[in-house]
Ligand binder design. Structure first.
Ligand SMILES: [Zn+2]
Ligand SMILES: [Zn+2]
Length: 889
């Protein structure tokens, strides 16, 4: 939809779209900007320019238009007080990690809190009407602006004023009236200072007019009246019209304080602290000039670096002021801003990583670290975290609860950054040699090696961070791609009645309403369809085996093997009870392990994904490091404790909004729930999840959980593989047998070792004695050794490898007319070994080759020493006879 076209249309009929009661009552006049032509409403009859082009732009810096001063926290108190006084419910902020939408990682606007996706439609669910919310929003598109422009943040508080026009809520007139009175009555801004600009908003198939309100060129808020859907011209009015007024709390504080930047009044005591640590040589007049220049120029250039250069020139900043004041202040603001965002994100369960939304968090921490090292700062991050949380905890008490978790995560992540520096340095050198990389190449460096452009700038591998880097990266990681859905011939079919959510009979009769290929649709079914990581039921339909069950929208499709019934048949169906029971135990176990892992590891543990089959299951959780044996044992123990305590597993249905308000967004462990009525599976207050799976009645039914393996499968995700119920007992038994077997094997090995040592000792004693006897011409018949003159042959099992080697070697060494041939078993092969003295007349190689070939193997060597062997044990006697005759003649 073309926004400009809509704006033109709306502005051509201002009485219909923009002329609210307030304008008439107060005598606002409508004007067209003499520079850009946009329409705006003002009480100042002399005003000719819109706020963007006005001469008063950013003149509040150093000279605020209010007599009262409110910092960030105080500004919210003022806003809240005003709206509550005017019959609004003040709602606590929603998590910044957007668990209720699968198309967003982070909450980017207050209205997102109340949007739920149903199929392809966005619906609104408000917990109160009208309401106001201090919603922390995360946006990573303008990261390079943060700390530099004086007004860009990576997270900010959007004051959300929302209303649905009905008997409780209101529409345009009252909305604009409230916003005007908020500025004038509550904040004490003069009436003439407020300018409303006509604009439109469009997105997600709906659109409507909006009035942006400005004071001295600073946009404080935007009241959007979402009222139409469809294409302009053919549009219709929405069933559910919504007031979506979003205002920046940071800007409300800024306009009353008139500080050089919005950062100066929104981070509480942390700035003061950083000022002192960094030792900034600040001069407020220079800063006022510089940041006013920045603010004026920022919208007129695409390249931030250019804006910065211009502001330095126009404000007359010297090189020394730049390095001693501006650069360290930019760094300080960046650190304060990024840290605040990380505190919110980690508190709400996000982890810095290389995947999904975690990218942005890691990027921010790396920017903090790079800034610290660029400015050569000694900072105690824990102390800075404390400062932020102490300042914010009145408005956001949840931050206080997760204080230590935030510190722990940032410590681990910073240590990783330090470790990776060596690798990064090498890579940076290569980049420097190659010359300026493109933005896409920079993204690749970050994604595959974790190298930020700030780091590359710090080590002079690049000159400047391209201004499009962050918006490009943020686009890549804003939302996940959805997988394609296969089309099946299911149009016009009624939704399948799901018996597994009712009486759940394991045997039932049903009517076949559709058959195609090897697939069957019934009017009702107890076969659980694959979903939420739970594998489908098996069993039989009309005597044919059910091998797969899937759900397509609300229709369940069974895949059969061996045959198929006819459409219209009434068929007998049977669910495989054992399989179902095992899968069910594994599913409840997943919930138990998830909550156990969270209690052992930390609040950042969330289910990443899960898989439950009948003989094994796995749960992937969000966690920063691999698990050690101790942690695995603790998780397993905690899980089995829950089984022992035999808690009831309760299943209840709630209205989605009620469930969220009552239990919070922890319920969305398995992802978003696209239905209005949420099925809540709770194990006392230990674990409460929205879940569509099958579950045991009491945790004791599971009997036993064993974690079989854990692995860090990707950055920030750890996989726990486990078994439960009968499979767990089988696993324990197998483990026991395995360890018994290993024990036994160790004993046998030890005994053999001992035997060998004893044999060696014996051989050392006997060999010299035997050699004496052979050379003296005495018979060794009694020792099972055949000798004839100085020629010896052994085939007795009494002698091992060691004896053969040593006896033969020493015999021929002592007398070069002696020779030795031995045959013995070594594992599965029969080996032959031959030593022949130079004057013995025996050819060692010939004997070894001949005997080895009899045994079906090979042999080799020279005339003096040779060996070989083969595996054909049936030829052992033949080999012995042959060898004996070859050596002894
Ligand atoms: Zn203008
Ligand atoms: Zn579940």
């Amino acid at each position: 939809m073309d926004k400009n076209q809509i704006l033109k249309e709306f502005s051509s009929d201002p009485d219909k779209y923009y002329n609210v009661k307030l304008f008439q009552e107060q005598g606002f006049v409508r004007k067209s900007c003499s520079k850009c032509g946009r329409f705006f409403w003002t009480l100042d009859a002399d005003r000719t320019l819109c706020p963007d082009d006005g001469t008063d732009t950013y003149s509040f810096i150093g000279e605020p238009p209010t007599s009262k001063r409110f910092d960030y926290t105080q500004a919210w108190k003022q806003v809240e007080e005003f709206f509550v006084k005017n019959n609004h419910t003040s709602v606590s902020r929603y998590p910044v990690v957007c668990r209720w939408r699968d198309d967003l990682y982070f909450t980017i606007a207050s209205i997102v809190d109340f949007q739920r996706i149903m199929g392809s439609k966005v619906v609104f669910e408000f917990p109160a009407n009208p309401l106001v919310v201090p919603q922390t929003c995360l946006r990573f598109k303008d990261l390079e602006n943060v700390g530099v422009t004086g007004r860009h943040f990576s997270s900010f508080c959007m004051i959300g004023q929302h209303s649905v026009p009905n008997n409780q809520g209101y529409w345009k007139d009252e909305c604009v009236d409230l916003d005007y009175r908020l500025l004038t009555d509550q904040f004490g801004i003069k009436k003439e200072e407020v300018v409303f600009v006509e604009d439109v908003w469009a997105g997600g198939g709906s659109f409507g007019p909006s009035l942006e309100y400005f004071v001295r060129g600073l946009e404080l808020g935007n009241a959007v009246f979402t009222e139409f859907q469809g294409e302009l011209g053919q549009h219709t009015t929405l069933d559910q019209r919504v007031i979506d007024m979003g205002a920046g709390l940071e800007r409300f504080a800024w306009i009353t304080m008139g500080t050089p930047t919005a950062y100066d009044c929104c981070f509480g005591p942390i700035n003061e602290k950083l000022y002192n640590i960094i030792g900034i040589d600040s001069d407020s007049e220079v800063l006022r000039k510089y940041f006013t220049e920045i603010a004026k120029e920022i919208d007129h250039y695409d390249d931030l670096n250019e804006v910065r250069r211009l502001a330095i020139k126009n404000a007359g900043i010297t090189d020394s002021q730049l390095t001693k004041m501006i650069t360290p202040m930019e760094g300080m603001y960046l650190i304060a801003d990024h840290l605040r965002t990380l505190i919110f994100a980690i508190t709400d369960g996000a982890l810095p990583s290389n995947v999904g939304g975690g990218y942005n968090l890691r990027m921010m921490l790396r920017r903090i670290n790079a800034t610290i090292s660029k400015l050569n700062l000694k900072l105690d991050i824990d102390d800075l975290i404390d400062s932020h949380i102490d300042y914010l905890k009145d408005t956001y008490p949840e931050l206080d609860e997760k204080r230590e978790d935030v510190k722990q995560i940032l410590k681990i992540e910073s240590a990783r950054y330090e470790e990776s520096k060596v690798h990064m340095k090498k890579k940076a050198e290569k980049i420097r040699e190659k010359g300026a990389p493109t933005v896409d190449e920079l993204i690749t460096f970050y994604e595959s090696d974790g190298i930020t452009p700030e780091y590359l700038k710090e080590v002079d591998a690049i000159e400047e961070v391209p201004s499009s880097f962050y918006s490009k990266l943020s686009d890549l990681h804003q939302s996940e791609k959805k997988k394609a859905i296969t089309e099946l011939p299911l149009e016009q079919l009624p939704e399948t009645e799901t018996l597994f959510y009712k009486d759940d009979p394991m045997e039932f009769e049903a009517k076949v309403i559709k058959v195609f290929d090897d697939q069957v649709v019934l009017d009702k079914t107890s076969f659980y369809a694959r979903g939420g990581g739970q594998e489908p039921d098996h069993g039989s339909i009309a005597g044919f085996e059910v091998v797969d069950v899937d759900k397509h929208a609300n229709i369940i499709v069974h895949k059969l093997k061996g045959g198929i019934p006819n459409e219209g048949d009434t068929v007998q169906c049977e669910v495989d009870i054992t399989r179902r029971s095992n899968i069910t135990k594994n599913h409840t176990s997943t919930h138990i392990i998830n909550t156990s892992a969270r209690s052992v590891l930390g609040s950042w543990v969330w289910q990443h994904s899960a898989f439950k089959d009948d003989d094994h299951a796995r749960l992937d959780i969000t966690h920063h490091s691999s698990l050690n044996d101790e942690q695995v044992k603790q998780i397993e123990d905690a899980a089995n404790k829950m089984i022992k305590d035999n808690y009831p597993v309760k299943i209840e249905y709630f209205d989605r909004g009620t469930a969220e308000q009552q239990y919070g967004f922890r319920i969305y462990q398995g992802g978003v729930v696209p239905v209005k009525s949420v099925r809540i599976v709770s194990i006392e207050d230990k674990d409460i999840e929205a879940c569509g799976g099958t579950h045991v009645k009491k945790t004791g039914d599971i009997e036993l959980i064993k974690i079989t393996k854990t692995k860090r499968i990707q950055d920030g995700v750890v996989r726990l593989e486990f078994v439960s119920g009968p499979n767990a007992f089988t696993y324990v038994k197998e483990q026991e047998e395995e360890s018994k077997k290993k024990e036994q094997q160790a004993i046998v090995k030890q005994q053999l070792e001992k035997q060998r040592e004893e044999n060696k000792d014996k051989a050392r004693e006997k060999i010299p004695v035997f050699i004496e006897k052979v050379l003296a011409g005495e018979s060794l018949e009694s020792e099972e050794i055949n000798n004839k003159g100085k020629l010896c042959f052994i085939s007795s099992g009494n002698y091992d490898d060691y004896f053969h080697q040593n006896f033969g070697k020493k015999l021929v060494a002592k007398d070069d007319s002696a020779a030795f041939c031995g045959i013995f078993e070594a594992g599965p092969t029969i080996r032959v070994i031959v030593f022949a003295g130079e004057k013995s007349g025996v050819n060692a190689g010939d004997i070894a080759k001949e005997i080895a070939s009899i045994l079906g193997g090979s042999g080799g060597g020279d005339t003096k020493f040779a060996q070989g062997g083969g595996k054909d044990t049936s030829k052992k006697d033949a080999a012995i006879q042959k060898a004996k005759s070859m050596i002894l003649g």
